[in-house]
Design a protein around this ligand. Sequence first.
Ligand code: GTP
Ligand code: MG
Length: 645
Amino acid sequence: MPRKVDYGFRYEDDNYDVYEDYDYDYADDYDYEEEENGIAPVTKAKQEASRTGVWRCPICTYDNENSMSACDICGVLRNPLVKVNNKGDTAAAAAFKFDAPSPDDLVSNGLRSVKSKSKDSRGRGTNFLVESELAANGLVSSSTSVTRERHNGVEENDSTSGSGNKPETFNTRMDTESLPSKSGKARSIIERKTESISQYIPEKWMTPNNKDDGLSQLNLAIVGHVDSGKSTLSGRMLHLLGRISQKEMHKYEKEAKQQGKGSFAFAWALDESAEERERGITMTVGVAFFTSRKYHVVLLDSPGHRDFVPNMISGATQADAAILVVDASMGSFEAGIDAIGGQTREHAQLIRSFGVDQIIIVVNKMDVVEYSKERFDVIKQKLGTFLRSCGFKDSSILWIPASAMENQNLVANPSEARLSWFKGPSLLDAIDSLQLPERDYSKPLLMPICDVIKSQSQGQVTACGKLESGAIRTGSKVLVMPSGITATARSLERDSQLCNIARAGDNVTVNLQGIEGNQVTAGGVICHPDYPVQVTNRLQLKILVLDISTPIVMGSQLEFHIHHAKEAARIVKILSLLDPKTGNTTKKSPRCLLAKQNAIVEVVLQGPVCVEEYSSCRALGRVFLRSSGRTIALGIVTQVIKREE
Ligand code: GTP
Ligand code: MG
């Protein structure tokens, strides 16, 4: 049966918009897609936002109210300096303080509202929610902030900001240097022991022995626009390959029909929760297994709805390869590839930025378009151009016309005469033609925890995740971070089957002994006891800023995503701007970061995360910065900075 992975992210109110993604692996090949007439949608929107009553900052291009004598965002003086409002001098002076804005400055400029949550006697430890209220079209766009508890007790800020042409707002939460820990108590940060990874020698059992090991696991993310048929396709494949029995299938069909959702019967195999079934959408990543001729396939059925992009990020980040499902119906493919809100587009970009370079495009629902070759060719041509702009090579893209509903071209070549024009492989053959990425057997164990299952009755704690490096076997002593507790792997399961050994690339559940449930958290990492993963709340990052309309400045508060962890973060330093081609520094200490700029920044997180430098472990050094429900930058960890307690 499929296992559901709930990362606890609920983004009901997110306003997730289009952005370009980036992978540092292919920086040189990456071309931004030029929009119509060479104008990006955001630029167009900004141009539309230009109007009388505002002046545009020549540095950061922000549209300021006419009453401002200096740019509200980057502090640049208006030229010529206009003394316009009744406290014109004050406004200019306040704007000059932008390098280290205090909440009071932000209040005093009259364009931001600040909610004070707590303040100590010295003003340190102040925890502010700052809502930027940016003017657009002569109106002030509203930005609402909701603070709530995440599943592991972390406060998260969800924001909805005005849509349309209104500038996006960053939900800025101004914390001082002393960041509170999740529990309110200072959390100990475990220092790495002196053992150098270069001295690590794997034991013999840790390296695979092709004779005994059977099929390898392939982690396959199923991604794509909402309603394109990802779960139906996954359910159908599981049924065809014998992972869902006829009896279970009848049950799904009957129940789905009773709820008036008969067409979702196959999707119900993956969409198990009452809410998912009721709404007819996937909300959390469904994990299921099947065996092809060449692989034990781990299916990661992602949600397509934009509200659940964080769940998609957390699940699909484990992918070795991906299936991008697109809906062939007229208008639906176009909605998915649309520059605003198209998830075909966003998912393709995200998947590429996870380092995935092999992708199968399933052009699904071909039954709706009469299995038309012309429609398939149009989709292939349009989407192909976009995928190339994301950095996918033509030779790594496989195109499969299919119908999950009518079982065409899934595990066998099509029986439908109208699809006889297609001479390529079936989906299952296409999966078998994928190559496994290189696995890191030579390094110590690192397994980011994506999910924790606690059985209170039996007192068992089970951690699920993919081994990014090293190996584990029954009886192994492991270190669970960030709690720093040593536990024993009592048993292991791979593909829902007990196994003795799991190695890099394997997606497993590890039953742990000698540890309490609250000491194992999603977002933590299981590692070799002598080689603990680094844990910090201060990092240097190399980032690529996506299509944003409001610059990132020092003090900008963001959501920081890394493997399965998420923390509130604050930009504390903008160290340099980089040339995107050469990586050389072009400017030191810039005041702000604009769309498509590459930069080195330093961030401080609200709580510590398990992290490695990208150069030593890619999966633990790849970050996503989000704000107001949008991914605003992608990056890699260049330096793990030790935090002074
Ligand atoms: P999210 O997970 O919410 O993004 O949706 P999804 O991509 O998993 O889509 P899902 O499988 O839930 O299917 C959405 C609708 O499309 C359902 O009504 C399916 O019956 C229908 N559907 C899926 N595949 C096909 C197909 O091949 N042909 C037709 N005609 N309908 C299909
Ligand atoms: Mg689904």
